[in-house]
Design a protein around this ligand. Structure first.
Ligand code: PEP
Ligand code: MN
Length: 365
């Protein structure tokens, strides 16, 4: 249920709605938009099982009658705070960045954001070389895993805090913001000390304790789609983070598991425009995990931009054949340099442009 307040409602009237909700064991979640102020009603508005009468209708009627209330709407989706109905305007997530004129990168505004870097931080030389290359080509956010999930227990699981320190060093050098994965609730505080955006990986999309914990964090969260998750399950995972009070969720489509073996995952391009209809949250695309093949990362990147993605997350490695992780899907530096102007042209054809780092006075074409 969503309570839409009058444009001129007072703070006292909002408080009265909250008091009414608390009296009925319900929680309210306030969203003050430019156009309207709404209160999302969280909790069971259908009454207890076996209760006579339709309590939902009674609550709805009583809310309608409160001062300052313009309308009460039923939300048809199981997720509320993540839904477009609750928040018709696009959410824009702001990340501090020393490499743009404004000092921030806005994800979910009209501009396209390039996030690139190695799958995994392997050494200072590997990270710095990659960071410099992606920065010079136009990336404004640096990716790189320090705590890595590994399908095999024998695989490389990252450098841990040493990797985080190297990411911070690269940020100090180039000004790009950092996105890196956090695997457990116990590591959220540590990773938050270094990262500008916390990444929740595909394997943890339904790790509800972790979602709760990052929901209490002050950092924006990039929530990857679970490899077998429906859009509804994905948006319910986002709802976990939002209900804990963190409004800055960026969704990331990274491919889903299908019967097809030619690719590591099937990149679900259709998810991008669909999610935009269902939710106000920004969505970026990861064509590296999405395909598992560097020879089609470029094509999927262009398709994602044309489909309305707010940004791209791309793996780049100076020597992919020597990579400790995901070499087959990592672009060579030259391939990334070739992709950037192409991606920029597709963005322009869609009446958009890339967020430009300060060192690039002109558009990236
Ligand atoms: C990654 O970004 O390197 C990664 C492990 O992603 P995912 O969780 O989507 O597999
Ligand atoms: Mn990877």
């Amino acid at each position: 249920m969503i309570v839409v307040m009058n444009a001129s409602c007072s703070d006292i009237q909002i408080e009265q709605v909250f008091a009414f909700l608390h009296k009925h064991q319900l929680e309210g979640h306030l969203s003050r938009g430019i156009e309207r102020t709404v209160i999302g009603v969280l909790g069971n508005t259908n009454g207890q099982r076996g209760t006579a009468g339709n309590i939902g209708e009674e609550i709805e009627g009583a809310l309608q009658g409160l001062a300052g209330v313009e309308d009460v709407l039923r939300v048809s989706k199981p997720y509320k705070l993540a839904s477009r109905e609750f928040h018709p305007e696009d959410t824009v997530v702001e990340v501090p960045s020393a490499c743009t004129d404004s000092g921030v990168v806005r994800i979910g505004a009209k501009e396209v954001v390039m996030m690139a870097g190695p799958c995994t931080v392997e050494s200072e030389a590997q990270l710095m070389k990659t960071a410099q290359a992606v920065y010079e080509a136009g990336a404004v956010i640096l990716r790189g895993g320090a705590f890595k999930p590994s399908t095999s227990p024998y695989g490389f699981r990252g450098m841990g805090e040493k990797g985080l320190k190297l990411l911070a060093k690269a940020r100090a050098e180039f000004g790009m913001a950092i996105v890196t994965e956090v695997l457990t609730p116990a590591d959220v505080a540590l990773v938050s000390e270094y990262a500008d955006i916390l990444q929740i990986g595909t394997r943890n999309m339904q790790n509800y304790m972790l979602l709760d914990e990052v929901g209490r964090s002050a950092r924006p969260i990039m929530l990857k789609r679970g490899m077998s998750a429906t859009l509804e399950e994905w948006l319910l995972a986002a709802e976990y983070i939002l209900t804990q009070g963190n409004p800055d969720v960026i969704l990331c489509e990274r491919g889903i598991r299908t019967f097809e073996k030619a690719t590591r995952n099937t990149m679900d391009i259709s998810a991008i425009p669909l999610v935009k209809k269902l939710s106000h949250l920004p969505i970026v695309a990861d064509p590296s995990q999405g395909t598992g093949r560097r020879d089609i990362v470029d094509a999927m990147s262009l398709a994602a931009i044309a489909s309305g993605a707010d940004g791209l997350l791309i793996e780049v490695h100076p020597h992919p054949e020597e990579a400790l992780k995901d070499g087959a899907q990592s672009l060579r530096i030259e391939q990334f340099q070739t992709l950037m102007p192409q991606a920029s042209m597709v963005a322009q054809a869609c009446n958009r442009q890339f967020v430009r780092p300060t060192h690039q006075a002109q558009p990236i074409i």
